[in-house]
Design a protein around this ligand. Structure first.
Ligand code: DGL
Length: 266
């Protein structure tokens, strides 16, 4: 049985890497919408149309469940995707709820990094209104980070300058947690870890998403169905070079703990 993963670009690979670690008996189809990446700075209605086109293409590949491995796409389309398709669909949202709970005792603030579109949409506003009862959540759009990531820009000096600029107006002593609310951003976890004060935790929704996927495939009885961690890569622009890039980026994520080698465009 095969699980489809969908993102605008390589960001969803950070979720797929977690799935490969935790669900080794599944096969996967990963689709990047290379014709339209990035989503986070485009008009909502345009992005919605792109998502439906890409997902329809994935459905033709024969998938048994779908992970919308993109916070922006989830905010825009998850409800309508579930109406249109009967297979199990897992979405993502910034991990604001666990972050608020983790900070409840310390009273430190939470800073959410996400795309401009995610932060503008009613779904995010509703989430923060629901869980931020102490008024401790701040949000910072980082649109440039998706461009850097898609260009495999992981140079420490370049990225440190970028993050320092973005965080210049924040008193980081006040913050206890940074939430990575875009699936591209975990590629920068190590760089952020070195840059940020040690008391700040960095969280993302990737493990939570894979746990929900795992529960769902069990409930639908499609778990343990003889897969072997195969990944089929697809992209809307059909660029062979991009397929290579996805393979390289996934291998980097899977081996990251075992190596210190940076991921760079050659
Ligand atoms: N990776 C996506 C997300 O989680 C979208 C980034 C983009 O295309 O702007 O929001």
């Amino acid at each position: 049985m095969r699980i489809g993963f969908f993102d605008s670009g390589i960001g969803g690979l950070t979720v797929l890497a977690e799935a490969l670690r935790r669900l080794p008996d599944m096969d996967f189809v990963y689709m990047a919408d290379t014709l339209h990446v990035p989503y986070g700075t485009k008009p909502k209605e345009d992005v919605k149309a792109y998502i439906f086109e890409s997902v329809a293409t994935m459905m033709n590949e024969g998938i048994d469940a779908l992970v919308v491995a993109c916070n922006t796409a989830t905010s825009i389309a998850i409800a309508e995707l579930r109406e249109r398709y009967s297979l199990p669909i897992v979405g993502m949202e910034p991990a604001v709820k666990p972050a608020v709970e983790m900070n409840r005792a310390t009273g430190k603030r939470v800073l959410v990094f996400a795309t401009p579109l995610t932060l503008q949409l009613p779904k995010y506003y509703a989430l923060v209104s629901r869980v931020d009862d102490m008024g401790i959540v701040d949000s910072l759009p980082l649109p440039e980070l998706v461009h850097y990531c898609e260009a495999l820009q992981f140079d420490k000096l370049v990225m440190n300058e970028y993050f320092k600029g973005k965080l210049a107006d924040y008193d980081l002593d006040q913050y206890g947690i940074i939430v990575l609310g875009c699936t591209h951003y975990p590629f920068y976890k190590d760089i952020l870890r070195e840059l940020l004060p040690a008391h700040i935790e960095i969280v993302d929704g990737n493990i939570g998403t894979v746990k929900r996927l795992s529960a769902l495939v069990n409930r639908y009885g499609i778990a343990g169905s003889g897969g072997s961690g195969q990944v089929q890569f697809m992209c809307t622009g059909n660029e062979p070079a991009y397929i290579d890039k996805m393979q390289t980026a996934l291998a980097y994520l899977l081996e990251k703990d075992a190596t210190t080698e940076p991921l760079q465009h050659s």
